[in-house]
Structure formats: structure tokens, C-alpha cells
Design a protein around this ligand. Structure first.
Ligand SMILES: Cc1cc2nc3c(=O)[nH]c(=O)nc-3n(C[C@H](O)[C@H](O)[C@H](O)COP(=O)(O)OP(=O)(O)OC[C@H]3O[C@@H](n4cnc5c(N)ncnc54)[C@H](O)[C@@H]3O)c2cc1C
Length: 413
């Protein structure tokens, strides 16, 4: 349904994060005329601390199909070959390994990959520049009107206000999505009253390609292996704890981190020798009441923001992209990608996966977050028995690796 006018598009995507950029590249490949409106001027340089993301095997296959994966890994990524789950103060531990997963595919060597957000975005933007996708940035959507056959979108770029049209508008503009808000789509969810503290730390014994998940009663603490041998940590803390952690000297922070990680993890990684600066993010659960309405679809964090405990947010967003692309890959869709059957089909397809990941993440937060004596006892039993409880450990592996959500064509690719 291409139009001749420069300002008429098939699909306009608001938000050029990793989810929006991937969607733009895929839809352009299907022959759609696409524009991306991004608020910021893209920057790919490392931040301090590094903003990293753990991608599962399913996301790797997705990026591989687009030809992006070689560039993402060549700029440096850490492999996750093992995951160790511990609870400080509890004797039990769970060791997850790609070799003992019933879900592993023959060519699967790793459970996941840790990449810097800038290094993930850089090859995507390089490909966007080479493509016919119109990148409108720095800019935002001042308003939009949904009509019968199209959406009229008012774009604000510096002091310039102009109008473009699309048959489909996609909100990929993150947790506080303006598109979702302007469309009047409400959300379910809550604030966890926790902050995620992020930092990169060096340890005496390095990481041996192992990620550690330490479940403390005030929230989980994750150690993700970086390519340079350090760990990136995400530490869920109460507001009071977070304020203190941000205000501490490096030595005080290293000391507090070692205590929070617990004996089992510290025995493996050794003394923490250095830390980067620290940053913090509020942690919340937000799920849009619907993922699509008339001529409008939501993807990525604009549709759902989950607790980072299981590192699933980006993976879930990339699966939104796969579902929307699959929906729009037909002659019927090319006639009108925003038609209601497409939008309803997309919303329907995504509901079960998002509910499953939100539920799984919630259960991890709550089971490990409770101090009730019964729950604590069951939890201790669970951690000790988990290696033998194949079903439970498979469920964790399925989520961690993303294999359970891979489509057969991705596995075959
Ligand atoms: C501490 C922490 C750790 C995490 N770790 C992991 C992990 O290990 N693995 C994982 O899978 N997920 C993880 N996540 C979640 C992951 O970061 C998000 O799910 C993912 O970044 C969402 O991508 P997105 O493109 O949907 O949104 P974003 O990355 O938020 O991108 C949105 C884009 O929209 C732009 N934008 C915003 N407003 C507007 C506007 N009005 N107009 C135009 N553009 C706009 C922004 O500039 C941005 O470029 C973590 C999250 C946190 C907070």
C-alpha cells in the first residue's frame, strides 16, 4: 500500500530503541515504506556503568536471521554457559547448564549472551542508514488522529511541526510510552517499590562464563559475565537501601556487594577488586490492557515492562517484533497493514507469551521475596532438590535460553 507522497508511509514506528529499530528493518525487508521517529540523537559509546542486556538464544537466532548477530558479537559480548542460582543464608544452590537442558538444540553452545546496549544498537542503526527507512530524529509525536483509512501524525522536530501519515502507527517508545498514553490504553501493574542498582565489577577469579542469580529477601542480585572478564551486576534494593548504596564509597559498596552476594557466590568469584560508577532504575510491572487498537500496535516496553530478575524484557520485545512481522507478511496485510484483523490477530498472538513471562517473573520475585517460615522452608527444599527436579529446572532453562519460544523456522535457520 505504498503511497507516492514523501510524507505518506505504510508504517510509522515511534521509538528507535532496539525493538523499534529491529521492527523497522524487518518491515522494510518485507517491502513496506517505513519511518522511525526517535526522541534522541543515537549514541553508541559505552556508558559508565555499561548498560548491558542479557539476550537469550531465541533472540540471537532472531538477530542472526537479520544478519545483525555477527556485528553484535564482533564488538564484544559475554557468553553465558552456566547459571548458578543461590539464596544467601540457604545451603541450596541450582546449577543450570546448556548440556543438561532437554530444550537445547544441537548447535546451541550457550544459554545466553551479554551485550552492551550501544553495541546492539550500532549495527542496527548502520543498517537503518543503508536502508530506505526514514529516520526522523531527534523528534517526537505531538499528537495523532486515527481516521478510517490512515493515521495522521503530527511530528515535532526542534521548532518545526509537520504532518505525516501512515496506515499503521506502532508505539515502541518504552515503558512511559506517549503513544500508549495518547491512545488512551490503560495498564495493569504495580511499582515494586524497589530500584535496580547497576554497576560493573572485577573479581579475583573472573567469571568462567557463569551468571549468578542471588535471591535475597529484599530482591534479587544478578551477576552477568562481560566479554572483558568483569561482571555487570543488577541489584534490586529497597528505596532506603538503594539510596545508601548510591552514596557509598567504592570500598564500602564492594564490601556491601560481597555480603549481599553470599558465601556460595563469593567462593566462586573470589574477592571483588574494583567497581565502576553506579546507576539506578525504578523497577515496575506494567502490562498494557491491549497490545493493539484501531491502526495502532504496541511493541517492547511500551506494551510490557517486567522486573529484570529473569532478564526477559528485551527478549519479549523481540518476540513482539517476530509476531507483528509474521502477521504483516501476507498479501492481505500489504493491502492495508493497519486493518483491524491484523491488529486483533497481533494482540491475540502476544497475550499468552506476555502473561507467561510476567507470571514466571512474578513468581520468582514473590517466592524468593517472602520471609514467611513455611515459604522459606519450601524454598530451601526447592533449591536443594531442584537439580533433581527435572521439570522445574527445565522451566528455568526454557525461560533463560528462550528455546521454548523459538519458532521452528528460527531453529532451522
Ligand atoms: C536494570 C535493567 C536491566 C535489564 N536487563 C535486561 C536483560 O538482561 N535482558 C533483557 O532482555 N531485558 C533486560 N531489561 C529490559 C530491557 O532493557 C527492555 O525490555 C528493553 O530495553 C526494551 O526495549 P524497547 O526498545 O522496547 O524500549 P527502550 O529501550 O526503552 O527504547 C525506547 C526508545 O523510544 C524512545 N522514545 C521514548 N519516548 C519517545 C517519544 N515520546 N518519541 C519518540 N521516541 C521516544 C527512546 O529514546 C528510546 O530510544 C532490563 C531493564 C532494566 C531496567
Amino acid at each position: 500500500m505504498n503511497s507516492d507522497s514523501q510524507n505518506d508511509f505504510d508504517v510509522v514506528i515511534t521509538g528507535g530503541g532496539a525493538v523499534g529499530a529491529t521492527l523497522a528493518l524487518e518491515l522494510e525487508r518485507l517491502g513496506y515504506r517505513v519511518a522511525v521517529i526517535e526522541l534522541r540523537t543515537p549514541s553508541f559509546t559505552s556508558t559508565n556503568p555499561e548498560r548491558v542486556i542479557a539476550l537469550n538464544y531465541g533472540s540471537r537466532c532472531h538477530l542472526d536471521r537479520l544478519g545483525l548477530w555477527p556485528d553484535v558479537v564482533s564488538s564484544g559480548g559475554g557468553d553465558i554457559k552456566h547459571i548458578v542460582v543461590t539464596e544467601p543464608g540457604n545451603r541450596g544452590r541450582v546449577d543450570l547448564d546448556v548440556a543438561n537442558s532437554a530444550h537445547a538444540t544441537p548447535d546451541m553452545q550457550e544459554l545466553g549472551y551479554v551485550v552492551e546496549m550501544g553495541k546492539l544498537l550500532e549495527p542496527m542503526y548502520q543498517r537503518l542508514q543503508e536502508s530506505s527507512v526514514e529516520l526522523i530524529s531527534p523528534a517526537s509525536v505531538a499528537g495523532f488522529d486515527v481516521l478510517d483509512q490512515q493515521v495522521k501524525i503530527q511530528v515535532q522536530r526542534e521548532d518545526q511541526l509537520f504532518e505525516i501519515t501512515a496506515t499503521l502507527l506502532v508505539g515502541a517508545d518504552g515503558t512511559y510510552s506517549q503513544i500508549r498514553f495518547q491512545a488512551g490504553i490503560g495498564v495493569f501493574g504495580w511499582d515494586y517499590n524497589r530500584f535496580g542498582i547497576v554497576a560493573s565489577v572485577a573479581c579475583e577469579h573472573g567469571h568462567s562464563e557463569t551468571a549468578y542469580e542471588c535471591f535475597r529477601s529484599s530482591g534479587p542480585l544478578a551477576f552477568l559475565p562481560l566479554a572483558d572478564g568483569r561482571f555487570s551486576i543488577v541489584w534490586a534494593a529497597t528505596p532506603g537501601e538503594a539510596t545508601q548504596l548510591l552514596a557509598m564509597s567504592d570500598d564500602q559498596f564492594i564490601d556491601a556487594l560481597g555480603k549481599a552476594a553470599g558465601e556460595t557466590t563469593m567462593n566462586q568469584i573470589g574477592t571483588i577488586t574494583a567497581t565502576s560508577r553506579r546507576a539506578s532504575f525504578p523497577l515496575e510491572l506494567t502490562v498494557a490492557k491491549t497490545f493493539a487498537t484501531s491502526r495502532l500496535a504496541l511493541v517492547g516496553n511500551a506494551a510490557h515492562t517486567v522486573h529484570p530478575v529473569a532478564g526477559q524484557g528485551m527478549n519479549l520485545g523481540l518476540r513482539d517484533v517476530a509476531a507483528l512481522v509474521e502477521m504483516l507478511d501476507s498479501e492481505l496485510a500489504h493491502n492495508d497493514p493497519g486493518q483491524s484483523i491484523m491488529m486483533q490477530g497481533y494482540a491475540e498472538t502476544r497475550r499468552a507469551d506476555v502473561a507467561a513471562v510476567a507470571g514466571f517473573t512474578e513468581s520468582m520475585v514473590h517466592v524468593f521475596g517472602s520471609n514467611a517460615p513455611g515459604v522459606k522452608w519450601v524454598r530451601g527444599m526447592g533449591l536443594e532438590k531442584l537439580p533433581r527436579a527435572q521439570k522445574l529446572s527445565d522451566l528455568l532453562l526454557r525461560q533463560a535460553s528462550g528455546v521454548g519460544q523459538l519458532r521452528s523456522r528460527e531453529i532451522a535457520a
